[in-house]
Design a protein around this ligand. Structure first.
Ligand SMILES: C=C1CC[C@@H]2C(C)(C)CCC[C@@]2(C)[C@@H]1CC/C(C)=C/COP(=O)(O)OP(=O)(O)O
Length: 806
């Protein structure tokens, strides 16, 4: 595979990154444009280069990734192949049933005498010992490969210290299985070069494990002991373990358990599973099969998290369509595995498939703890449940409970050292940290992308009873594509930010001394939420309107007199102005011109994509905002106190999300008819989103606004409750409403039934909710400078692939 260089931003070096962000944050932007209006106005209003994603040179990675989605490739397992090789022929039990597996073992010993994955992790020596011993047993059983056996025994001898090394990763069931194999070796008259002390430790641990109680986890322990049956051998209750047989004939999709069961019971369906597996995989088997559903869902999830899913839309749709079919058919491979089931639920629900969360009610805390995964205290499974439970709709109480117990379980796991079944710990712990720190409703796509890229584990080794690799999980191609794409998108976004800086200056918005200069935040919220290059116009519209609403908000809050405010409202209402128009101040003139030109520009651009005139809608959205702000200013100046209901009816509009979100919807792709835009559904989406934003702002701004004598939902709620509740209780009450509204919006966005607003447009409402939760996470992040570091993840240094591969 040729390595390709990191795609650097086209125009801006690292130093300029910092300068650009700093100037966009500062109160007097230091952008390149000079004089306001006239000539330069034309340059600024020229849209930035529309990006063409196909100019990226992905160096064949894209094709390889597509293939991986189509075909899941699993590494072969010497350990499992050895157990299959140990099956005697039914007709002549002195010969192997699958001689080609024995031959495979003979041919696949590694140069150091061991069997197992090549290039293995240094903490997986126990795993190597286990695979090597299993292969030696298979050869000894059929009296073959004396030379290989001796070399294998040498490997065991020189690595036996690892058996007692606490730093070594312990494969699932290792103590039971290894001890069982040591006993089997004795029966085969094979003397193992192991010190008594070393085998003693393993045997002791095995005995403790077998004798220990089930600690309230009877079902989980039973399943675990059934899974490691090959290590229990004669003491196993073989008939009992057949209750775990799956429709495909296997036990736990595990070739080794299935082989061990077949040796004892000669069950036809076990035989059929093994034969059909060998038909597909040749002379050796993987350690778990099939893994397609899980692996493909993992890959879809990874592509989304890395921010490269837009290059694989068709393939992802195919995987999700198929998963949905399996979901409807009750497919075992989805429903019997907690992680697969939770991930399928999350990805299907997120992508508009109608899936009921009832399925997850099987994984209540009690049930989980009494399951196989619970017995192993499997962090990975709990993490998937935790992520799935964040997709909750209002009144899905079991998901709410699930969210609460899984987060506690994961936090405890971090404190006590998690057991991330199947994964090597250091990578997994970061994933749990990230998931707990960044709940999905307060996280933005681009932040997820950067974090996922920086924490991406290219080593795709996983471990069950033995280690394995899966081509679709943990892959350099994914990372390479993601880094190139991230830097490519960043270079486009930095150009857009520069362009917006010029636009601010040319519109003389920097001359309005009363106004907060928040271009970087406004653009950041757009860039981090909708990074796809083709959404440039949506980002620009969102950011410009964000800047303008901030200016107008400050004008109404502190900068303008009543006469000026009224003048501005009337001018926008009148719309057509000429050179004789009288502005009652320089400020009104600047604001009016900026609004007029921006609304006109957006209207003209939108006409091209929508094929109809939407200018008046955009102007109306602005007028609604101005009127609501005027109303608030009136309440303040007249010192009148509206009821909470009156306040909220106005305040959701005055929170200013109308001009930011609604015009941008015209640029995300689908046609939005007049009928859709004036539908109750459209209005509800806006109202729920804005109510949430308003309450978040009022909660976080309560102290400041009280000091300024401004009305606020918190103070009005306290008045409304006749002083029965303290400030803290009132805030708790409002937080409850915010949570509820957030869930409500998620449901409205995801549910396709009875919905006429196209999904890409509904997504924009959800994107804004995530921005709001992020900005108001600790305090009023929009007013404070707390968010600079967060913005840096998007606009700061590009990512260097080489740094990630060291
Ligand atoms: C309108 C705003 C500009 C865009 C901004 C982003 C960047 C999306 C981040 C979240 C906040 C926000 C939506 C921001 C909201 C600030 C704003 C003008 C609130 C209006 O309500 P008001 O009570 O007047 O607030 P304040 O007194 O100005 O704090």
């Amino acid at each position: 595979m040729r390595s390709s260089s990191v795609c650097r931003p086209r125009t801006i070096n690292n130093h300029s990154h910092r300068k650009l962000l700093a100037s966009a944050m500062s109160s007097s932007p230091n952008f390149s444009a000079t004089s306001p209006y006239s000539a330069t106005m034309k340059r600024a209003s020229k849209p930035v280069t529309e990006a063409n994603p196909s100019t990226l040179n992905f160096d064949g990675s894209k094709e390889r990734v597509k293939k991986m989605l189509d075909k899941v490739e699993l590494s072969v397992s010497s350990y499992d192949t050895a157990w299959v090789a140990m099956i005697p022929s039914l007709n002549s039990p002195e010969r192997p049933c699958f001689p080609h597996c024995v031959k495979w073992i003979m041919d696949n010993q590694l140069s150091d005498g061991s069997w197992g994955l090549s290039h293995q992790h240094r903490f997986l020596v126990k795993d190597k010992l286990s695979s090597t011993l299993a292969c030696i047993l298979a050869l000894k059983l059929w009296n073959m490969g004396e030379q290989q056996i001796n070399k294998g025994l040498e490997f065991i001898e020189s690595n036996s210290a690892s058996l007692t090394d606490a730093n070594q990763h312990t494969p699932i069931g290792f103590n039971i299985i290894f001890s069982g194999m040591v006993e089997y070796a004795k029966e085969l008259n094979l003397s193992l070069p192991l010190e008594l002390r070393e085998t003693g430790v393993v045997l002791l641990k095995r005995d403790l494990e077998l004798r220990s109680g089930f600690d309230g986890n009877l079902e989980g322990r039973k399943a675990y002991l059934a899974y490691v049956s090959e290590g229990i051998r004669k003491s196993q209750n073989w008939d009992m373990i057949m209750k775990y047989q799956r429709k495909n004939g296997s036990l736990f999709n595990s070739p080794s358990t299935t082989a061990a069961a077949f040796i004892q019971l000669h069950d036809d369906r076990c035989f059929h599973y093994l034969c059909s597996l060998l038909d597909k995989s040749g002379n050796a088997v993987p350690t778990t099969y099939p893994l397609d559903d899980y692996a493909r869902l993992c890959m879809v999830d990874t592509l989304i998290r890395l921010g490269i899913d837009r290059h694989f839309r068709e393939e992802i749709k195919f995987v999700l369509d198929e998963t949905y079919q399996y979901w409807l058919q009750g497919e075992e491979d989805i429903f019997l595995d907690v992680a697969t089931c939770a991930m399928a639920f999350r990805l299907l629900r997120a992508n508009g498939y109608d899936v009921s969360s009832d399925v997850l009610s099987r994984f209540s805390e009690d049930q989980f703890l009494n399951s196989y995964q619970g017995y192993l205290r499997d962090t990975g499974a709990a993490l998937e449940l935790y992520k799935a439970s964040q997709m909750l709709y209002p009144s899905e109480l079991h998901l709410e409970k699930q969210l609460s117990w899984t987060s506690q379980f994961l936090e405890q796991g971090i404190l006590n050292g998690s057991n991330y079944v199947g994964r090597l710990n250091q990578y997994a712990i970061t994933e749990v940290h990230d998931a707990l720190k960044f709940p999905q409703h307060a996280d933005l796509d681009r932040l997820v992308n950067r974090r996922s890229i920086e924490h991406y584990n290219v080593d795709n080794t996983r471990i069950l009873k033995t280690s394995f690799r899966c081509s679709s999980i943990g892959n350099k191609d994914h990372l390479k594509l993601a880094v190139e794409d991230f830097n490519f998108v960043q270079s486009i976004q930095l150009e857009e930010l520069e362009y917006l800086g010029r636009w601010v200056v040319e519109n003389r918005l920097d001359k309005l001394k009363f106004a907060r200069q928040k271009l970087a935040y406004c653009y950041f919220s757009a860039a981090a939420s909708m990074p796809a290059p083709e959404l440039s116009s949506a980002r620009i519209s969102w950011a410009k309107n964000g800047v303008l609403t901030t200016v107008v908000d400050d004008f109404f809050d502190v900068g303008g007199t009543e006469e000026e405010l009224l003048n501005l409202v009337q001018l926008i209402e009148k719309w057509d102005v000429d050179e004789n128009t009288v502005f009652c101040s320089k400020e009104v003139e600047i604001i009016f011109h900026a609004l007029h030109s921006t609304i006109s520009e957006i209207g003209n651009k939108a006409f091209k994509c929508q094929g109809r005139d939407v200018m008046s809608h955009v102007a109306d959205v602005w007028l609604d905002l101005l009127k609501s702000m005027f109303q608030e200013a009136q309440w303040t100046s007249k010192k009148s106190v509206p009821t909470l209901v009156e306040y909220m009816e106005n305040a959701y509009v005055s929170f200013a999300l109308g001009p930011i979100v609604l015009p941008a919807l015209y640029f995300v792709g689908p046609k939005l008819s007049e009928e859709v835009v004036s539908s109750p559904e459209f209005h509800d989406l806006f109202k729920v989103m804005s109510t949430c934003g308003r309450l978040l702002n009022d909660w976080r701004g309560f102290q400041r606004e009280s000091n300024e004598g401004k009305l606020n939902a918190v103070s009005l709620q306290m008045i409304h409750d006749s002083g029965d509740l303290t400030k803290e209780q009132t805030v708790e009450k409002l937080k409850g409403v915010i949570e509820q509204e957030t869930k409500k919006l998620l449901k409205m966005v995801l549910q396709e039934k009875d919905s006429m607003v196209p999904r890409p447009c509904k997504d924009m409402f959800w994107k804004m909710i995530r921005v709001l939760h992020l900005f108001y996470r600790k305090d009023d992040g929009f007013t404070s400078n707390e968010m600079i570091d967060v913005a840096n993840a998007v606009f700061g240094e590009p990512i260097n692939l080489d740094d990630l591969l060291v």
